[in-house]
Every structure is written in structure tokens, then in C-alpha cells.
Design a protein around this ligand. Structure first.
Ligand SMILES: [Ca+2]
Ligand SMILES: [Ca+2]
Length: 198
């Protein structure tokens, strides 16, 4: 016997299933979003507003820096990787054709002084406004991204002359660092008890 109601229900279920599958494949495109497992480099630490000059670049200038870290078990060549502070322009700075050894670092000066050498990016980090740092591949796949807030108001804000970094090298968790460590092991922030003098 013909049951138009039953057919409609079946069609409806089939349509819902088709829409669901389409949505899954559109949102989770494995080729567009999959992070390559062999690109074992992360943004590990950065400093904005280097106002006291406790860290100087190779031109003797107090500058912002971005530290990269290789957490993998093989050296990683950076050719084809880019850094940017602008999600609408991922390719502002092409990393040099150099290799970070296992457990090694590379410090990029975010000083907008590209004429000072290959390790000088053509942008600065704005601690007063807050922004983001993005590490990506030439095809636009984002390898790592850290967003930071303006100096004032927010408890997670960056402070002048205090770097922000992964609590230990390559770890997921970030925090203010006890001191800037460009090119060497991060020192996570430790709260020091203040003894009250009578
Ligand atoms: Ca400089
Ligand atoms: Ca460091």
C-alpha cells in the first residue's frame, strides 16, 4: 500500500543526513586544516615594549622579539614558513632558510628593521594595543598562533619588559616569564613571597 507520509519521513531523514554530511565535510576539511606533524616548531616566547633595554638586538637596539622553538626529534628547516602580526596578511615575514636543531631556538627581532639582517621582521609588536603572532606555511596552514591583550586592564595583559612564554619550552600553557630568555630555556614566572620587615 502507498504511504505518502512514510515516504516523506524517509526523504526528510535522508535530506537531514545529507546536509549533516555536507556540513561535516565543509567544516572539517582535513586537507585545509590538518597541521603537518613534521613541522615541530612553535612560538615559544615573545616580548613587547622593550622599554628598559634589558635585551638588545645585534644593532644594539632595545627591540621586541619572538622566539621559536623546535620541540621535535629532528632538526627543522624554516624555509617556507612565515611570521605575521596580521591574520589578513600571513606572509609579512619570510623566515630565513636556516635549521633549528632538536631542542633549539631562533630569535626573530620584531623591530621593523629588515635592513639590519634576515632575523629582523618588518613589523613590531604593539603592547599598548595588543595583537597576535601567527606562524604559518606558504599554503596558509597556521602552525601556531598566540593572541595578546593591551597592557592595561586585563590581568592577562602583557607588561613592558616582561616577556610572555610557554611555561616550559614547547608546553601548551603560557605565562609571564621571570625574565626574558631569548634563545634559551624559558623561565616560568615564580611568585616570590615578600617578607614584611618590622
Ligand atoms: Ca633593530
Ligand atoms: Ca626562551
Amino acid at each position: 500500500m502507498f504511504h505518502p507520509g512514510f515516504l516523506k519521513k524517509t526523504e526528510l531523514r535522508a535530506s537531514i543526513l545529507a546536509l549533516f554530511l555536507m556540513a561535516v565535510f565543509c567544516i572539517e576539511n582535513p586537507y585545509e586544516y590538518r597541521k603537518p606533524k613534521n613541522v615541530t616548531v612553535v612560538i615559544n616566547e615573545f616580548l613587547t615594549s622593550n622599554s628598559l633595554g634589558i635585551i638588545l638586538d645585534d644593532a644594539g637596539e632595545p627591540e621586541d622579539f619572538i622566539e621559536l622553538y623546535n620541540y621535535g626529534s629532528k632538526g627543522i628547516n624554516l624555509d617556507g614558513l612565515y611570521l605575521s602580526d596580521d591574520s589578513t596578511d600571513l606572509f609579512r615575514y619570510k623566515l630565513p632558510d636556516t635549521t633549528i636543531p632538536v631542542g633549539g631556538y631562533l630569535v626573530i627581532w620584531a623591530d621593523n628593521d629588515p635592513d639590519q639582517g634576515k632575523l629582523h621582521a618588518p613589523f613590531k609588536l604593539s603592547g599598548s594595543e595588543g595583537e597576535e603572532i601567527i606562524l604559518s606555511l606558504l599554503n596558509g596552514v597556521k602552525i601556531d598562533r598566540i593572541q595578546f591583550f593591551p597592557h592595561s586592564g586585563n590581568p592577562e595583559a602583557r607588561l613592558p619588559d616582561i616577556s610572555y612564554g610557554r611555561v616550559s619550552d614547547g608546553a601548551e600553557e603560557w605565562g609571564r616569564q621571570a625574565e626574558p630568555t631569548p634563545g634559551y630555556k624559558n623561565k616560568s614566572h615564580q611568585v616570590t613571597a615578600i617578607s614584611m620587615q618590622e
